[in-house]
Ligand binder design. Structure first.
Ligand code: CP
Ligand code: NVA
Length: 303
């Protein structure tokens, strides 16, 4: 039976750890995986803009011997020509997998129901699982382990936060989620991560106090305004500025490294000097998008 990757929420800790190690192995020994997708085609449907996800999937699929077709649906609602389920069923007539970046998670669920081929979430309103895998691969390379580390997420509670806490919980990584009042992560997703953490030993906590991030190994942040959020920056800037990830915050928390999924907004959620500094893992994360996604495609489609 085909498997989709809409979120890692229903994965076991063992399966999650194996996928992380597969990504690491593919990165170390790419030649051994050069034909995994030989003769296979992936349809990539994007309702929102992308640099990293689009390019890393396209080049990564090519490195696995496969082929990607990009469908630009940024005009809105899959360009409005036909129902999502009809589009997915048609794509399944030719392609071996669908990679989709969509406005609403429900569109992915419709794709997964209608297509007899795997569907991969390339970001939606709720989750960004491909990003989280790349982020934990980055920590795995940097620290030699993920289990037992503490990641402090500081900023807006969003799709990236959700996938970080779920995936981190599966991998045994403690999480401190620091958000301004009114911008917390989805309580149901946090509850799910806490339930996973009970099995893996990962402690998940939420707070509005930046000082609670003290003792973290790494600090992670993301944009204050996700794609599609039309809130004027001016109306939230004052509230979010105390949550800016900068050199002072790195010193007070004692964290060694900073992560950001990008696109980053210099001197808003993160100081420009921190992006460019020695504590930055941002480009390593970007590089690892491709290796993580190649592991996902190898897992879902590999012979
Ligand atoms: N991090 C990330 O998903 O970047 P893009 O939006 O450029 O794909
Ligand atoms: N939270 C951001 C992530 C971008 C990669 C957004 O959804 O726009």
């Amino acid at each position: 039976m085909k498997q989709d990757l809409l979120t890692f929420a229903d994965w076991t800790p063992t399966a999650m750890q194996e996928l992380l190690e597969l990504a690491h192995t593919i990165k170390q020994t790419p030649a051994a995986y050069a034909s995994v997708l030989a003769g296979k085609s992936v349809a990539a449907v994007f309702e929102k803009p992308s640099l990293r996800t689009r390019v890393s999937f396209d080049i990564g699929i090519n490195k696995l011997g496969g082929h990607m077709v990009y469908l630009d649906c940024q005009a809105g609602n899959l360009a409005g020509r036909e129902d999502a389920k009809d589009m997915a069923a048609n794509l399944a007539c030719w392609a071996d997998a669908i990679v989709a970046r969509v406005n609403s998670h429900s569109t992915l669920e419709q794709f997964a129901d209608a297509a007899r081929i795997p569907v991969v979430n390339a970001l939606c309103d709720k989750y960004h699982p491909c990003q989280a895998l790349a982020d934990y691969l980055t920590l795995y390379e940097t620290f030699g382990k993920v289990s037992g580390l503490t990641l402090a997420y500081v900023g807006d509670g969003n799709n990236v936060t959700h996938s970080l806490v779920l995936t981190g919980a599966l991998l045994g990584c403690h999480q401190v989620v620091v958000t301004p009042p009114g911008h917390a992560a989805d309580p149901q997703i946090i509850a799910k991560a806490k339930a996973i953490g009970e099995a893996t030993g990962a402690r998940i906590s939420e707070t509005t106090q930046v000082s609670d991030a003290s003792g973290a190994d790494v600090v992670y942040t993301d944009t204050w305004l996700s794609m599609g959020d039309t809130t004027p920056l001016a109306t939230i800037k004052e509230k979010f500025m105390p949550y800016q990830v900068n050199e002072t915050l790195m010193t007070t928390t004692g964290a060694q490294y900073v992560l950001h999924c990008q696109p980053a907004h210099r001197d808003l959620e993160i100081s420009g000097t921190l992006i460019d500094g020695e504590q930055s893992l941002l480009m390593r994360q970007a590089e690892n998008r491709m290796h993580g996604q190649n592991a996902i495609l190898t897992h879902l489609l590999g012979a």
